[in-house]
Design a protein around this ligand. Structure first.
Ligand code: DX5
Ligand code: ZN
Length: 215
């Protein structure tokens, strides 16, 4: 199993103090910062774009994990790479030629992740998985923080772990100390957590409880 990493999602942070909120979770032990990009087309919500990522880069001393929930990832990956993204993940449901999108992300010097919506089978990435650095399994439907973990995703995590070997398998949505234990047991090693971290009075306690969920 690759190393366990905690990636707080800034979607649940105080948007009026984004830089400060990023530094605070890094000081509390965050391994990556997860940035949720929504376009109002692929998702029923709009969040942030490349200029904001560029502005936040200077506050972020750990890898920036950019999750594109947008209909046309190819049109924007260069902008996010230029803005300072370290990992760029896109939805297999959104890309016309996902294998090409993976190559472009790597050519831009970033790590490439592919994302599966809850309704998408692991079979859809069978012929892509050898090319990616990471698979992200959505454990809620994309669009909003604070939703409940979908238990059927546990089986998908097991399937994808078997396909991935020792590369990163990230999960996103409804992660708290209880679901963290379940997904780690199933094979996940990168845990995105928005509400659980940012709504906790102690970011340190929240991150620590996720890190020790498998002990
Ligand atoms: C959902 C986003 C998630 C979200 C997770 O569309 O991709 O990253 O912020 O939020 P929580 O941890 O609150 O479920
Ligand atoms: Zn996300």
């Amino acid at each position: 199993m690759p190393e366990l990493k905690i990636a707080p999602s800034i979607l649940a942070s105080d948007f009026s103090r984004l830089g400060e909120e990023i530094r605070a979770v890094i000081d509390a032990g965050a391994d990556w910062i997860h940035v949720d990009v929504m376009d109002g087309h692929f998702t029923p919500n709009i969040t942030i774009g490349p200029p904001v990522v560029a502005a936040l880069r200077q506050h972020c001393s750990v890898p920036m994990d950019v999750h594109l929930m947008i209909t046309d990832p190819d049109a924007y990956i260069k902008d996010f790479a230029d803005a300072g993204a370290d990992i760029i993940s896109f939805h297999v449901e959104a890309a016309k030629h996902p294998h090409r999108t993976i190559s472009r992300i790597k050519e831009l010097g970033c790590q490439a992740g592919i994302v599966l919506n809850p309704g998408t089978s692991h079979d859809d990435i069978e012929f892509l998985v050898d090319s990616v650095d990471m698979v992200l399994i959505m454990t809620v439907n994309p669009g909003f923080g604070g939703q409940s973990f979908i238990p059927e995703m546990v089986r998908k995590i097991q399937y994808v772990r078997a396909m991935l070997g020792d590369r990163d398998l990230e999960v996103d949505g409804g992660i708290d100390a209880t679901t963290a234990r379940t997904v780690i047991d199933a094979g996940a090693n990168v845990l995105v957590a928005g509400s659980y971290v940012y709504r906790n009075p102690s970011y340190f306690d929240a991150i620590e409880s996720l890190k020790t969920a498998n002990v």
